[in-house]
Every structure is written in structure tokens, then in C-alpha cells.
Design a binder for this molecule. Sequence first.
Ligand code: BG6
Length: 467
Amino acid sequence: MTAARSDTLVLFGASGDLAHKKIFPTLYAMFKRGRLNVPIIGVAKSNWTLDNLKDHAKDAVRAAGRYDETVFARFAAEMRYVDGDYRAAETFQALRGALNGAVRPLHYLAIPPSMFPAVVDGLGGAGIAKEARVVVEKPFGRDLASARALNDCLHSVFPEDAIFRIDHYLGKEPVQNLLYFRFANSFLEPIWNRHYVRSVQITMAESFGVVGRGRFYEEVGAIRDVIQNHLLQVVAILAMECPVSDNAAFVRDEKVKVFNAVRPLTPAELVRGQYRGYRAESGVAPDSDVETFAALRLYIDSWRWQGVPFLVRAGKSLPVTATEVTVDLVDPPQTVFAADKRTRADHYRFRLGPDVVIALGARAKQPGEAMQGEPTELKFVHQRGDEMDEYERLIGDAMVGDATLFARQDSAEAQWRIVEPILDGKAPVHEYEAGSWGPLQAADIAAGVGGWHDPMTLKPDGSLSSP
Ligand code: BG6
């Protein structure tokens, strides 16, 4: 990809939580590696000075355990600050001044979506959007209509190829490896279809609750928070046809085809849950029926996947923190070895975090006289964790205009279209114990395919065990 590099990074929401938790530590890491050598302009309405911004960034880098005094001093020397109301034209005139002739800034909107229109108008009005790029964070709308409205707002000033919608899952090493593994090998292709795949399961489990994000979570719930975006993107990578090349447009074209082929969801294919204790979290309504767990079954009406159930499950306060995909293969046509206990179908397992695994599960004969088998796994990849922080990869890509790992407009809208029928909150919310695998009713979703595969927990020595 050879596009002009952005020559300044402008961070709206510089005094906010996301900037503190994620963006400053990431920018600092990029700077340290020599991957970021442009001015960084923080914008916020906090009555701050440049020194306040530097302190905020220092604190963020320290909290991330990355602080080095000399490096930070050089990093801080790149920082500028503009304080002002996002609705005021003067703020954008001040930003124009701070840009100091930069021609291709990257505007990072780490702000609530309700502020997007003001900022986008301000940038357009001040004439500092022309050659610029814009990065937006999720939540990208809360349903199809609001996502469309946001897109219209962005498009009023920025062309689609200048818009980078972050879904940080796409920047994860194991998620990229999933795409790579599928299309860099030929052995998968003959079996990667409805004839040999019995079902596909994706579980995103987190062993913690909403940890201080109760107010935010009340607005979203598990379906909007992680299923509409992260997990549907994983479904697309698993199910897509081979792109013509790794060019962003071709990869994104194939994903959209998958989204367009997903059969409309019905409430009967959904189970929602809420962990006991959620309603007592700060910022949560005492009678909230927002789901902290969701399990659903979807079908892709395509030549390749007709009739194959894709099960998707995500939840907070589950027994482990792990994201895992299991692709179960059909049983052999005949049971030749009577003593072979079919505990689990042959499968591919992709563990997307916290450690990274790609494995093929099969049965092999146990040593001894009897023709008795045991399950075994061949591991293609097993790493302790993700090498590069996903935000680092994504911001680096946006700086050079590579959109492969970002959601395109049609894709964002198609993803909303998939979940839209189940967003009305009509499916009952079942309570579950924190530390369990969600409400008992979730078993119904997987009853036809032999039940859910629960990811195991990663022990400090790198081995896996049941929680
Ligand atoms: C975020 C969600 O998008 O992804 C969080 O808002 C979730 O609720 C997080 O915990 C998980 O991402 P990761 O990279 O920490 O696995």
C-alpha cells in the first residue's frame, strides 16, 4: 500500500478515558519503536494547558507500565494542545493554527458519537478536512438507522476512503492469522464447507464484569458491545470466499457478501442472560434488563454454508477469559472401531486470546492391543500472547491509509442489519451466577450440535486446564 503518510495526529477527546487507557500508551509505544514521528495535537474541552495534557499522557504511559523518562521527554516534545468547545468555530481555527501547515492530518475521534456531527462540521468549516483522514471508535451507532445517520454525517465532509472505523478485533494478531491460515493453505479448502463442517462455534468469555463501565454498558449490552462488531467479523473471516488478493477492497468485498447472506435472526435463536449482581453495579438501573451474556445461532444462506449452524456466545463474569472458535467436522460415515468413544468430533480450534492457538483435533489409537482411540490435537501455532498491540497496528495502518483492518460503510450497516431483529430487548433476560457459563437456557442453542465447547483457562506455566 503506497499512500501518503499522515503528517500530524489530532486526538479529539485527549483528556478522556479512552485516550488515557489505550491511545496514549499506544502512541508512545509507536513513537518508541520509531513508527510515529509526527506532531500529536490533543483537543479537549477541559480548561487544560499543554502541561496538563503531558501529565495526563505521562500518567497513562506509566499506568500501562511502559514509561521511560528519556523517551517520554522526546515524545512529549511532539505534543501540542488545543482547548475548546467542539461546537465553537474558534476551536477549529485554533486547531488550524496548531496544524501549522500540515496537509494530511489524521483526526482521531475518541469522543462520544453524539459529538461527531459538531466535530465533523467544525473540521469541514475550518478547511482542515480536505486531505485528512478520520478515525472513529465504536460504538458505531446503536442500530441500523443511527449507523446510517453517522455515515451520512461523516460523508458530508470525508470520502469513504478517508474514514477508518475501528474494530480493534481486526487488529489482533490471531484474528489476522485466521485469515492467513485459511487462505495460505490448500488442505482446508476441500473440507471447509457444508459437506464436512457440522457446526461452527465462537465463544468470547470474560471472567470479569463491567468493571466501572456500568453506565456505558447499560446503553449497549453484549449484542451491541461485542457481537455486532467483533464476533460477526470473526464469522466473516471464517465463512468468506477467498479474496482476489489481500487488497483492502477485495477482502472487505468478500466479508460483506457473508453478512448479506446471513439469514435474518429470530428471537427463537437467541438467549440473553445477566449475571447476578449486575444491577448493583454503579451506573446500572436496579431493574435493568440489559444482557451481559448472549448466545445465538445463525445461518449463512450460501452455496458453501447452507444448513451449517454458526453458534456465537459472549458474556461477562464467565469462568475464564478466552476467545475461541471451534469448527466441528462431521463424523466418519461408519463407526469401524466399536470401542472408540466419540467424546468429541474431529475439529479445528482457533484460540484468539489470551494465548494464540491453531489446532486440529482428531482421534488416534491408544497404544495397546485394543483398537481403542483417544482424542489428540495437532498444534500448528501456539504462542503465549499477541506480539503487537492491536491499536498500534491499526493506528499505524490508518496513518498510511491502509483500510484492510477497518469496517467499511456497507459492512458496518450489514452487521447492524443482522442483529437488528434481536435488538428490541423482547427476548427475556435470564439471570446466571457470576463464574458460571451463563444461563442454563443457553444450552438449547447448542443442543442440536452436541453442546457448547467451553474454552479452557490458561495457567501461568502456559498450559491449559478446565476452570
Ligand atoms: C470491547 C468491549 O470492544 O472489547 C469490551 O467494549 C470488551 O466490553 C473488549 O471487554 C474485549 O476486547 P479485548 O481486546 O480486551 O479482548
